[in-house]
Write a protein that binds this ligand. Structure first.
Ligand code: BDP
Length: 326
């Protein structure tokens, strides 16, 4: 081969590989279901900034808000297979694919928000995180999602008030069991459809935390929010496991740090904005009912625990670990 040509070819190859490394910046996409004005939207934007900053632009994360990349179950599948890299997921819809993650979807499993974080930061949280990572959705940090309570056109003060009502739930058999245990009709449905379903009477009620109740206008089409606080479900900033594992240890550490900082920011925002959301919906006319005794709701959930532990006897130790965490 003509040596000159070889030299040229080598030069071209070197230029290409240089270009390659400059373009080696990974441009990642992140899924977020929430819109502007929700704490998680601001936190995911902050996460994106932190990733660019910490990795010196080697990884960029473009966040798609408002669920435009798909419903939560679809987006979860996309992150699992690596078609989307990152998601701010609620652990509720993760339960059907990772049985360990279903721990958090047992009604009243946590005594409070801080208790939930103590469980997640302890041994039980490690077990859940490992199982999620194995399923392809690796949690880099946990974020707050407060407590979920029921809302409908009437007050729900006891389980008997749910009887005969069609209540929207997220996709998870534990939630359908929860509504059935009170004599209601569970209706699993995508988050994006709930406002219309409440408005047209396709469902009689739903359940969520204050920021989500407010952010997507559910409060505009209902009248009563009753503080049952039956579910305290954490959320995560999760990444496709294979893509994370393929990164250098340095990039892995930077990405994790970015997620942890964004999560701390989210938790601060959450505290302030969920109080504000409550005030805002009350100002808009929503009646917020305090439930003095949640005992009857807790008692009604015994059935849900029985069913879950009968179907998953191997989860008993994890349930006990959470319950015995101070
Ligand atoms: C919100 C969660 C979101 C869920 C939504 C729902 O942040 O991830 O999709 O509830 O009820 O609180 O579907």
């Amino acid at each position: 081969m003509n040596l000159k040509l070889t030299g040229k070819l080598l030069g071209a190859a070197a230029a290409l590989s240089l270009l390659g490394s400059a373009a080696a910046a990974d441009n990642w996409r992140a899924w977020n279901i929430h819109h502007d004005g929700h704490p998680n939207t601001a936190a995911m934007d902050r996460f994106s900034e932190l990733v660019a900053e910490k990795t010196g632009g080697e990884i960029t994360v473009e966040v798609f808000h408002g669920g435009v990349l798909g419903s939560q179950p679809d987006a979860l599948e996309q992150v699992r297979i690596g078609a989307i890299e990152i998601g701010n997921f609620n652990l509720g819809p993760i339960g059907p694919m990772v049985k360990e993650a279903n721990l958090v979807s047992l009604p009243f499993i946590f005594k409070s928000g801080p208790h939930m974080f103590r469980v997640l930061e302890g041994e039980a949280g490690g077990i859940i995180a490992d199982a999620m990572g194995e399923a392809g959705v690796l949690p880099l940090a946990w974020v707050d999602a407060g407590a979920r309570s029921f809302y409908a056109q009437k007050a729900i003060n006891t389980p008997a008030d749910v009887e005969g009502l069609k209540i929207r739930v997220m996709n998870n058999d534990l939630y359908t069991a929860m509504i059935s245990a009170m004599g209601g009709n569970p209706s699993p449905m995508a988050f994006s459809e709930v406002q219309q379903a409440l408005k047209t009477g396709v469902v009689d009620g739903a359940e969520n935390n204050f920021p989500s109740f407010k952010n997507v206008g559910h409060y505009e089409v209902t009248t009563n929010y009753s503080l049952s606080e039956h579910l305290i479900i954490p959320e995560c900033i999760c990444v496709n496991t294979a893509k994370f594992n393929a990164l250098s240890p340095e990039l892995q550490a930077q990405l994790t740090e970015a997620a942890e900082e964004a999560a701390l920011f989210q938790r601060e925002l959450w505290t302030v904005q969920s109080e504000q959301a409550r005030k805002d919906v009350e100002a808009a006319g929503i009646v917020v009912n305090e439930i003095a005794d949640k005992g009857p709701f807790q008692a009604a959930m015994a059935l849900v625990y029985d069913e879950y532990l009968t179907a998953n006897p191997d989860m008993k130790a994890l349930v006990e670990l959470a319950q015995s965490t101070e």
